[in-house]
Design a binder for this molecule. Structure first.
Ligand SMILES: NC(=O)c1ccc[n+]([C@@H]2O[C@H](COP(=O)([O-])OP(=O)(O)OC[C@H]3O[C@@H](n4cnc5c(N)ncnc54)[C@H](O)[C@@H]3O)[C@@H](O)[C@H]2O)c1
Ligand SMILES: [Zn+2]
Length: 376
């Protein structure tokens, strides 16, 4: 029997690949997406799977979400407002309130939804776990702005202050959200998981690591470091590194993240949990710029300008034991994944640099600060 899925945000990076995977597996898929203009500046993208039903609409609209949830078995809730944009209330409205209302509608109408898989993020953590020479595995807090203003990027042990080394972050690390986006991802996963427990519907929150791949918006200068660096290089501009560029992230190729969603729908091993999904490996951001420059054969060095974003983590590598235990295994390595992204971006026309303009906005709104600045 074929299963019926609602993929919210199904025109986006992860949602569209997930839609393709589900359609390929014989699912009936409905996509709900409002084609957020920051992400889709040229309107409806060509990659929306023709075998899926496409509904253009805003999940914040009660009637729209009510209609979209009809005759659905599994909801893959991918739609969200993301990145480091300055609109505080929009995050809360789309991510937190949008999710809350969706759950309310399901309960109100007694819809027979069998499972909800919600897209969370590693942004729910405050800082990646650290390894202290004295205290072993520790969970440092976010680095204070005063420390960053002095150009001290290190993560210190919360007990003794020693410099820690990055360690894989397990799911039981404290969650908080040090950016508005992160805060609303905490809201989303907590809302879905606690609602699931209350009503007895299986729910899973997947804490994705940095996800990249073909179809990642080339218009959005606020999110997706690989896409941003790539569009900078293609415009003969240097990628801009915050801090010193040695901060590390865990990268996942989008098709692997799509497979994690299907796994979460199929297995009951992850039900009720917030689950890290990542590669388990940390890559310095500077290295990303180098890989791109080599693969693109554009010899422009990344620049670190002594700028930083308060609330940003220094290191984050996902501890992926839980998801691997349920059968997850990433299949695409970083270099081949980046090559796949480059092959795709070369098929896109008129690749502009939107970052320069965004940079000004981020500075003027106090989201990007500079070392030595008193009160940015
Ligand atoms: N890409 C990453 O690195 C990453 C990492 C961690 C978590 N996530 C999460 O994964 C999910 C998908 O992210 P993505 O990278 O595919 O982003 P994306 O921006 O490519 O896709 C999100 C989609 O949601 C749609 N959308 C936004 N607001 C909406 C609304 N109000 N109503 C209907 N549709 C709306 C957008 O038009 C877009 O197509 C998000 O929840 C995001 O927070 C992404
Ligand atoms: Zn210590």
């Amino acid at each position: 029997m074929s299963k019926r899925a609602l993929v919210t945000g199904g025109a986006g990076l992860i949602g569209s690949h997930l839609t393709d995977l589900l359609v390929g597996e014989g699912w009936q898929v409905r996509v709900l997406d409002n084609l957020e203009p920051n992400t889709h500046r040229r309107g409806k993208p060509s990659w929306i799977n023709p075998k899926a039903e496409f509904v253009k609409g805003d999940l914040r609209d009660r009637e729209t979400i009510t209609a979209a949830l009809r005759e659905i078995d599994v909801v893959f809730h991918q739609a969200a407002y993301g990145g480091y944009m300055p609109e505080i209330s929009k995050y809360v409205h789309v991510n937190s309130l949008g999710t809350a209302q969706m759950l309310e509608v399901i309960r109100e109408n007694n819809l027979p939804i069998k499972k909800i898989v919600v897209a969370s993020s590693q942004a729910v953590y405050s800082e990646g776990a650290g390894d202290c020479p004295k205290h072993g595995l520790v969970f440092p807090a976010v680095r204070p702005v005063e420390q960053l203003r002095q150009g001290d990027w290190e993560v210190h042990c919360p007990i003794c202050g020693a410099i820690t080394k990055s360690a894989p972050t397990p799911e039981n690390a404290p969650v908080g959200g040090e950016t508005v986006y992160g805060l609303t991802k905490v809201d989303q996963e907590k809302l879905v998981l606690l609602w699931g427990k209350q009503v007895g519907t299986p729910t899973v929150a997947l804490r994705y690591s940095c996800t990249y791949g073909p179809r990642q918006s080339i218009f959005n200068p606020y999110t997706g470091v690989i896409a941003i660096f790539c569009t900078r290089l293609l415009n003969d501009l240097p990628p801009v590194l915050y801090e010193d560029g040695e901060q590390t992230r865990d990268f996942s190729f989008v098709e692997d993240i799509a497979r994690a969603n299907l796994l979460a729908a199929d297995t009951d091993k992850l039900d009720g949990f917030a689950v890290n999904v990542g590669s388990g490996e940390g890559t310095p951001i500077r290295k990303i710029a180098e890989i791109l420059s080599t693969l693109l054969k554009i010899n422009i060095k990344a620049e670190a300008r002594g700028e930083f974003r308060p609330g940003e983590m220094r290191h984050l590598t996902s501890d992926t034991k839980l998801v691997r235990g349920a059968g997850y295994k990433p299949q695409i390595g970083l270099e081949s994944g980046i090559q796949r992204y480059i092959d795709w971006i070369k098929t896109q026309s008129n690749i502009r640099d939107y970052f320069s303009e965004a940079e000004q906005i981020l500075r003027s709104k106090g989201i990007v600060h500079r070392v030595g600045m008193k009160n940015a």
